[in-house]
Design a protein around this ligand. Structure first.
Ligand SMILES: Nc1ncnc2c1ncn2[C@@H]1O[C@H](COP(=O)(O)OP(=O)(O)OP(=O)(O)O)[C@@H](O)[C@H]1O
Length: 347
């Protein structure tokens, strides 16, 4: 659907060259929701803008539905861009135009007949839950409503791709959830492919199928959200997706010699099963939870725990084997000499 190959974008700044995107290759599949994450300045927005050629790559190709956009004439590019809608953090609505006029804007540009424009605007406002708001101006709307108008406008010309640049970053948590629910519905109902740049990890957990992590203009890791979030292989992904739970300092002060610190993850129904307690009982071990997160990724529950597992070395080994057999992933067996700083400090 979207295939970037060897895409780089370099800017000239005061005589020096600055590389915002460096040799990125990426494949976004039809109808998936693809996230691009990374710290500020990593090159996320520039990469996203390369997809519709708002930024023309310095090198590389951008193929959308089999067409290399970098090879098109200006006129052909304008026509092809209608397949790609875009929404932004600060909505970019026309402040002097009504809601209906904002949504109609891309249709006017495409010289759509008036009756068809009217019908399409009504359809789009119904889709985003803003029927009845046609005559209002952007200044009369909340942030969430403005983003809904922006989504309606972006979808008015029936694109097959929606690019979202920090679309929920200016919104409060509740409004963020409602916009994410709307994007999820649109992805399902209209079969739209969505590419989202975000620094909000909850956005990735909530809506994305796959994710790419960027640092210094490059993609340092990509894969399914479950894999990247639960077993990140790059330091930047680890920092971005680290469990938000805090180590309980009082729990670790009572640890005895020979305690193993285990980092474990589980997904799906396993989260609700008493596997840890059963394995501890079967192996005559005990355990305490030093840190934990239980959350969902696209409605699939997952657990990420740091455990202090107490028992004889043989019993601990057997416990690890049984936990693996029963579906737990042991992401780290942090022995006495290899504990994270925060745990060591409190032991
Ligand atoms: N038009 C431009 N001219 C010069 N440098 C630019 C331009 N656009 C972006 N850059 C630089 O490219 C780098 C990547 O910027 P970009 O906005 O893509 O990062 P980002 O990951 O989206 O960051 P943020 O999350 O803060 O928006 C930055 O160092 C930025 O200063």
């Amino acid at each position: 659907m979207i295939k970037l190959s060897g895409v780089s974008k370099t800017y000239r700044q005061k005589g020096n060259l600055a590389t915002a995107v460096n040799d990125v290759s990426l494949h976004v599949k039809h109808q998936e929701v693809f996230g691009i994450v990374g710290y500020s300045g990593a090159g996320k927005s520039t990469l996203l803008r390369c997809i519709n050629l708002l930024e023309r790559p310095t090198t590389g190709s951008v193929v959308v539905d089999g067409t290399d956009l970098t090879k098109l004439s200006k006129r052909e590019l304008n026509l092809t861009r209608r397949k790609i809608g875009m929404i932004f953090q600060h909505f970019h609505l026309l402040s002097s135009a009504t809601v209906a006029e904002n949504v109609a804007f891309p249709l006017r540009l495409a010289r759509t007949p008036a009756a068809e424009t009217k019908r399409r605007v009504a359809e789009m406002l119904d889709l985003v839950g803003l029927t009845g708001y046609e005559g209002k101006y952007p200044s009369q709307l909340s942030g969430g409503q403005k983003q809904r108008v922006a989504i309606a406008r972006a979808l008015a010309a029936k694109p097959s791709i929606l690019l979202c640049d920090e679309a929920t970053s200016a919104l409060d948590p509740e409004t963020t959830q409602s916009i994410l629910a709307l994007l999820k519905d649109i992805n399902r109902q209209l079969g739209l492919t969505i590419v989202m740049v975000t620094h909000q990890m909850e956005v990735v957990r909530e809506i994305c199928d796959r994710v790419a992590v960027m640092a210094d203009g490059e993609i340092v890791e990509s894969g399914s959200v479950i894999d990247v979030l639960l077993t990140p292989s790059h330091e930047v992904s680890r920092r971005l997706f680290q469990a938000h739970g805090k180590t309980d300092p009082t729990a670790s002060t009572t640890q005895k010699d020979g305690t193993h610190i285990l980092e474990v993850t589980c997904t799906g129904a396993l989260v609700h099963e008493p596997v840890l307690a059963e394995v501890a009982q079967e192996t005559a071990c005990t355990f305490s939870i030093l840190r934990g997160t239980v959350d969902t990724i696209k409605s699939v529950p997952y657990g990420q725990l740091t455990l202090a597992w107490h028992g004889t070395p043989q019993a601990v080994r057997r416990s690890i084997g049984l936990l693996s057999e029963r579906g737990y992933a042991i992401t780290n067996d942090l022995t006495e000499t290899n504990r994270p700083a925060e745990v060591t400090a409190s032991c």
